[in-house]
Design a protein around this ligand. Structure first.
Ligand SMILES: [Zn+2]
Length: 407
């Protein structure tokens, strides 16, 4: 491997632009002199870069600040809506896409159901969604960020394996880059959500673990303020950690993985077993009425105070808690956030997760751990995927001043 001997002119320029943007982003409205002071660049360089940013529509002058003796300085700010990113969440049953501005605020969304679509058809839906949202925005489209389940090579944007979409070694990043001629960032959905929680919620933690508990289970790990990918982009794949050595076979080929006991699928399968064992039970009657049980049925029966439902929901929560205890022991991270469809089971499930995580980990470490549900979860993946793109393309520390919808 050869190191470049010195930065090219273009690299220097891009770096200077990123420094100025960052100052405007975090501290605007701000004077040119203060941008120079904060960035360490000369006033001449700042003047040149600001001139280019104004010409590009990314910055604007917004009046004068207080005078410090001489002439009052002109203040500058970033134009939040000057560029857009399209964020995609290629979820379990539906694809969700959103246009976000430079602050990560969602401007427009669109969705498609994708249950039962095979790999090529699913890719067609991705194109359809991007075509729809990019319409009329080609001039301001900065890039595309994608969050998808599975193991993703985040450097190339290649999906190495996504079971539910039937995608293997799919170079999604390259396909989208070629079709739309903009930069593309692709990351695992659990990791994108973790990034969004770290950036856009009020409590900005340096370390956090965000676990998506739905049809699959995966965690995003933020350490020292940065997303941790692992050596093979598989960090946080806790869905396939074995929690029951005598357990059922998993779709990955192992036995007793966390997904076989704590995922949506596992909870619904267990509820269906209970319903078949006793057709007079609440679950049994519900199965007879509907023909098939869903997670919503389990929750409805649980809300009626049904003991069978409570028992199986608590068992699922405990299994997750056991896996979390392992992460607490390994990482000593105090903030653990849960999101995904299973979190809609609410209090009895959450209590079981918390109890087991505390009971199975070292008291000294677990005492200060908080395990909470992130309720405003719908846009987490699109926001996180967009943030990845904004960070890589503009060097922006996205998130300051932004807030999740409804907070
Ligand atoms: Zn597995």
């Amino acid at each position: 491997m050869a190191f470049p001997s010195k930065a090219t002119h273009q690299q220097t320029r891009a770096y200077n632009v990123a420094l100025v943007l960052r100052a405007l982003y975090d501290f605007g409205p701000i004077s040119r002199a203060d941008v120079a002071r904060l960035s360490g660049l000369t006033r001449t360089t700042v003047g040149d870069v600001v001139g280019e940013l104004i010409a590009d529509g990314l910055a604007r002058e917004v009046g004068r600040g207080p005078s410090t003796g001489g002439k009052a300085p002109i203040l500058l700010e970033l134009v939040d809506g000057a560029r857009h990113v399209i964020g995609l969440d290629l979820g379990e049953f539906r694809f969700r896409a959103a246009v976000v501005d430079l602050r990560g605020r969602v401007q427009q969304t669109s969705e498609r159901e994708v249950s039962g679509l095979d790999g090529d058809a699913a890719l067609g839906v991705v194109h359809e969604l991007v075509d729809e949202l990019a319409r009329g925005r080609r001039e301001t489209l900065l890039g595309i960020g994608v969050g998808t389940p599975g193991v993703i090579d985040a450097t190339t944007g290649t999906i190495r394996w996504a079971v539910n979409l039937d995608w293997q070694e799919l170079p999604l990043g390259a396909i989208l880059r070629e079709r739309y001629a903009v930069p593309v960032a692709v990351a695992n959905d659990s990791r994108a959500a973790a990034l969004a929680i770290q950036l856009f919620t009020d409590r900005r933690s340096t370390n956090l673990v965000a676990i998506k508990v739905g049809r699959g289970i995966g965690a995003g790990v933020v350490l020292g303020g940065e997303l941790f990918h692992g050596d093979g982009f598989g960090a946080g794949e806790i869905g396939h950690v074995v929690v029951d050595v005598d357990g059922a076979e998993c779709r990955c080929g192992q036995f007793g993985c966390l997904e076989t006991v704590a995922s949506t699928r596992a909870i619904v399968a267990r509820a269906t077993e209970v319903a078949r064992e006793n057709s007079d039970s609440n679950l049994g009657r519900r199965l007879a009425d509907a023909g098939v049980l869903r997670l919503d049925d389990v929750r409805a029966v649980l809300d009626q105070g049904d003991e069978d439902a409570r028992r199986l929901v608590v068992a699922a929560g405990r299994s997750l808690g056991l896996a979390i205890a392992g992460m607490i022991g390994l990482l000593d991270v105090e903030r653990i956030v849960l999101h995904g469809s299973v979190t809609t089971l609410g209090e009895p499930w959450l209590e079981a997760v918390r109890d087991e995580a505390r009971r199975r980990s070292l008291g000294l470490l677990s005492r200060s751990v908080t395990i909470e549900i992130e309720a405003s979860g719908d846009d987490l993946v699109v926001m996180g995927a967009s943030a990845l793109l904004l960070t890589s393309e503009l060097g922006l520390a996205v998130g300051r001043g932004a807030a999740l919808a409804g907070r």
